[in-house]
Design a protein around this ligand. Structure first.
Ligand code: NAD
Length: 293
């Protein structure tokens, strides 16, 4: 079994990006600048945004964190987005999800300038990616592709099962894995909450990408020998014995599934760190595009 060590690969990618930024500095060019908008004070969101800002510092990017109160109205947030769209200093920005109930998420994502949409959530980028055109690939699917590529996992002609059809992970992942690309050329099945007899699909799959958000959902009995498993799930499970009061669980029963797997991602330390690295990669790309490269 080979561990798909996202921490290591994401560090390699960050080092590559840092070297690139160093060259930009030496040439007297402006370095990439990522802004993150966080509405409210959700604990998990705060952690994610904090890691993204820290990652910017690590590679030499500039970063700006914009914190807005939980009571922010939709039009106030849209005004902030307009400001960021027009701000020449900002190369890319993200609006951390989920948003408070009074704000329509779709409206917000539509308002982001696609050229600064480094999360790859705008329909223009989604459409471009689906049509094999250049655009921003959403960071989590992009990270999974990088893991598969860098560990040279064979995907061509394999049966890939994606569990979950969310707009940010499952849906784009299913499209990407079917495309003509290095980590691609797979025969893809996408499963969701209405899939019947899921175990029949999981047992046949060569590659399983689990993105449903149910801790330890995928068990040893559900997979075949030699399966490749990508665990996207991140759930905080209450645990009084832990200093933080919770532990992070993936969607896969790692301890037992890893006995059968040929490749598997750990949680934490698998897809999570890759997501952040690819957000940086997209921001670098946004900067280069703005420079006309
Ligand atoms: P979501 O909650 O938007 O969607 C979950 C999907 O799972 C739905 O499409 C639903 O149909 C499907 N589903 C639910 N129950 C199912 C079942 N019993 N069988 C089959 N399918 C079922 O999910 P999301 O935003 O894609 O997130 C999924 C998980 O990934 C969450 O734990 C989230 O925290 C995590 N996540 C991790 C990263 C990362 O960087 N590692 C990034 C994004 C999301």
């Amino acid at each position: 079994m080979t561990l798909l060590d996202g921490r290591k690969v994401s560090n390699d990618i960050k080092n590559e990006i840092a070297a690139h930024v160093q060259q930009m500095k030496e040439r007297g060019e402006k370095v990439p600048h990522l802004a993150a908008v966080l509405v409210g004070d959700d604990g998990a969101s705060l952690t994610y945004v904090g890691s993204k800002v820290k990652a910017c510092e690590r590679v030499g990017f500039e970063s700006t964190l914009i914190r807005l109160p939980n009571t922010t109205t939709e039009s106030e947030l849209l005004d902030k987005i307009r400001e960021l769209n027009e701000d020449d200093a900002i190369d890319g920005f993200i609006v951390q999800l989920p948003l408070p109930k009074q704000i329509d998420e779709q409206k917000v994502l539509m308002a982001v300038d696609p050229r600064k949409d480094v999360d790859g959530f705008h329909p223009e980028n989604f459409g471009k990616i689906a049509l094999d055109m250049e655009g921003f690939i959403p960071a989590t699917p992009f990270g999974i592709l990088q893991l598969l590529e860098r560990f040279q996992v064979e995907t061509k002609g394999k049966h890939t099962l994606v569990i979950g059809r969310s707009h940010i992970v499952g849906r784009p992942m299913s499209i990407l894995m079917s495309q003509k690309r290095k980590a691609g050329n797979s025969t893809v099945t996408i499963a969701h909450s209405h899939t019947e007899n899921l175990a029949e699909f999981t047992k046949k799959a060569d590659i399983i990408i689990a993105a449903l958000g149910i801790p330890e959902f995928l068990t040893e009995a559900m997979v075949k020998e030699g399966v490749v498993v990508i665990d996207v799930g991140i759930t905080r499970v209450p645990d009084a014995s832990h200093p933080k009061g919770y532990v992070i669980k993936g969607d896969v029963d790692f301890e037992n599934v890893s006995k059968k797997a040929s490749f598997i991602t750990p949680v934490p330390g698998g897809v999570g760190p890759m997501t952040i690295a690819m957000l940086l990669q997209n921001t670098l790309l946004a900067r280069k595009q703005r420079m006309g490269h």
